[in-house]
Design a binder for this molecule. Sequence first.
Ligand SMILES: [Zn+2]
Ligand SMILES: [Zn+2]
Length: 185
Amino acid sequence: MSSCVTICPIGPVDEGILEHIAECISIRCGLNCRISMRMENPRYAYNDTRCQYNSRLILKHLLQQCPFDTLRLIGITPVDLYVPILKFVFGLAQIEGKCSIISLHRLCPRFYDQPSNPDLLLARVEKTVLHELGHTFGMTHCRDRRCVMYSSVRIEDTDLKQPDFCPTCFELFQWYLKKSLQQSS
Ligand SMILES: [Zn+2]
Ligand SMILES: [Zn+2]
């Protein structure tokens, strides 16, 4: 039970995207996933000067709602996220914590005035989810531009990296994962 990752839509999120995330986590990390009930649009985190949502406030809220029997909780939201020192974030995670959140807003090709492309969107979502999940297990950024733990500053960074850990990060990830599973059992 405690090796289960919960995927939580926050606001309206396409079912196909949630299922894709569940599949990718189970294939790449060997963890079971469940998709939880949808949370309301996070109005409490809205900043009307920036017209964006404060990702730290949403993370805090997720942590309060986090089921005790889940290993990790990943929030997926269509709203645009920020942290106070940055213009935006693709996602945010508690380092070595339980929760992370991913925004679909800037992963959509349409945001860049490009035609809608569901496959490209799913590929970006997969990389962003793996990256944030990696952080929750204690992983830091990698210098290898092809590694999923490379820090994405622009969407081009995300498109360049692979939906996989580099060999060094993969080994580290397996070690962290094992450690977490031992602690939670
Ligand atoms: Zn990161
Ligand atoms: Zn790496």
